[in-house]
Unconditional design. Structure first.
Length: 234
């Protein structure tokens, strides 16, 4: 049996009549909100993810590395000077290999193994202490047609072999005693881009002073082919 509020008849002057006492007042029933564990868990997860993202961003901004950059054009084989290099502080990915700014002095005086462009990072493999054209060697320019260009990119310092290929219909007079074509060892100094229209690539190859004229004669006659040497140089 529910409790009810007893009604009190007011008197004409606003004063309750004697003997009529107001009964207890029942407070309104308030329904409690239903808690949703899933919503609470999702909110906590979003807060945690946001905090983690901010932490990672702060680490990336704060974890910067001072590296060596290139500020001038440097050709293959050119000796690096301190004026050719600069410094930059960047967030460096571990997969990117760059010369640290503390090691700048160690690369000054070395030669560029590849062509260096301003604004790029300097990698350790882009410099060498060896001269690509050594004393007593000569440079032979070799033009390669598109079908003669290997799929493997030609890079300075790469070992190659220059092979003499006799013209069709001629006798194989330039073969060794065991029937193997005559070859000349060489080293790539520089490779140009493909010429517009023809696609011909010119490769400067360093050979010994005695082999240079022979290689030039093969090139002039169109009887020269270039093959890449094995990684061990054989």
């Amino acid at each position: 049996m529910s409790k009810t509020q007893e009604r009190v008849d007011p008197a004409p002057n606003g004063v309750p009549l004697p003997g009529r006492v107001a009964g207890p007042v029942v407070p309104p029933r308030v329904s409690a909100r239903r808690r949703r564990p899933g919503v609470i868990a999702l909110s906590l997860a979003l807060i945690a993810a946001g905090g983690a993202g901010v932490a990672v961003l702060l680490l990336q901004v704060g974890n910067r590395t001072d590296v060596v950059t290139v500020v001038h054009d440097v050709q293959v084989g050119q000796v690096l000077s301190e004026d050719d290099l600069g410094r930059a502080s960047i967030a460096l990915d571990p997969a990117v290999k760059a010369v640290r700014a503390d090691d700048l002095k160690s690369v000054v005086g070395k030669r560029a193994a590849v062509e260096l462009k301003p604004g790029s990072l300097l990698a350790p493999v882009q410099v060498t202490k060896d001269n690509l054209v050594k004393a007593g060697q000569q440079i032979v320019p070799i033009g390669l047609e598109p079908k003669q260009i290997p799929a493997t990119a030609l890079v300075p310092g790469q070992e190659v072999k220059l092979v003499h290929v006799p013209a069709q219909g001629s006798s194989d007079t330039d073969k060794t005693s065991d029937g193997v074509p005559q070859t000349i060892d060489g080293r790539v100094v520089k490779a140009s881009g493909a010429a517009p229209g023809t696609g011909i690539v010119v490769v400067d190859v360093a050979t010994s002073a005695t082999d240079g004229p022979t290689a030039a004669a093969w090139e002039s006659a169109g009887n020269l082919r270039m093959v890449l040497a094995a990684p061990d140089g054989n």
